[in-house]
Design a protein around this ligand. Structure first.
Ligand code: 5GP
Length: 175
């Protein structure tokens, strides 16, 4: 669609960032353009409305899932909940460890942020290997949530990250 092409045209590519050999896709230029940002949020919401019968919560992943998550949640009239790196969220938290290229990392959510049986949509800017999204699924299911959809703006197809998820998955833009 025209809207998708407009959004895609604003996504920048940075070779060798943050390290040699990585081609970093940057969504921030989309946020510099209010009309394009509105198109992106509308496209995400339209996909959700046409594929998910009902959802209670948009779960955004630190940190770029925090940009779009609250906007999508507000438009759908549902809650937003953040998932953050360990040690950033106050109160009782639940955590999962996950493996990165070098070493491990830990994701946390506030224990009272999701109730058993609630339907969640997990949102991030980009899916690469899928490790981050997989950890978020694990964390949400640990809290008793039902993961209705995993949603990203950009998918790096060659890395086949979606095969790790075994949950409904959708991406707007492919590279
Ligand atoms: P994965 O765990 O799927 O390998 O990596 C995805 C995570 O790393 C996401 O949270 C995403 O924000 C970040 N990420 C990895 N590569 C890129 C990239 O090229 N551009 C952006 N914007 N984020 C990336």
């Amino acid at each position: 669609s025209d809207r998708l092409e407009t959004v895609k045209s604003l996504i920048a590519a940075h070779p060798d960032f943050p390290k040699p050999g990585i081609l970093f896709r940057d969504v921030f230029p989309v946020l510099r353009n209010a009309k394009a940002l509105r198109m992106l949020i509308d496209l995400l919401c339209e996909h959700i409305k046409s594929t998910v019968a009902s959802a209670d919560i948009i779960v955004g992943l630190e940190s770029r899932g925090f940009l779009f998550g609250p906007m999508v949640a507000e438009q759908l009239g549902i809650a937003f909940v953040p998932v953050r790196k360990a040690g950033k969220l106050p109160g009782k938290t639940v955590s999962v460890s996950y493996t990165l290229e070098y070493g491990t990392d830990k994701f946390e959510a506030q224990e009272d942020s999701v109730k058993k049986g609630q339907k969640v949509i997990i949102l991030d800017d980009l899916l690469a290997t899928g490790g981050t999204m997989k950890a978020a699924i694990e964390l949400m299911e640990k809290l008793g949530a039902v993961v209705e959809l995993c949603l990203v703006v950009i998918e790096l197809d060659d890395l086949k990250g979606r095969n790790k998820l075994n949950r409904p998955f959708y991406s707007l833009i492919h590279y």
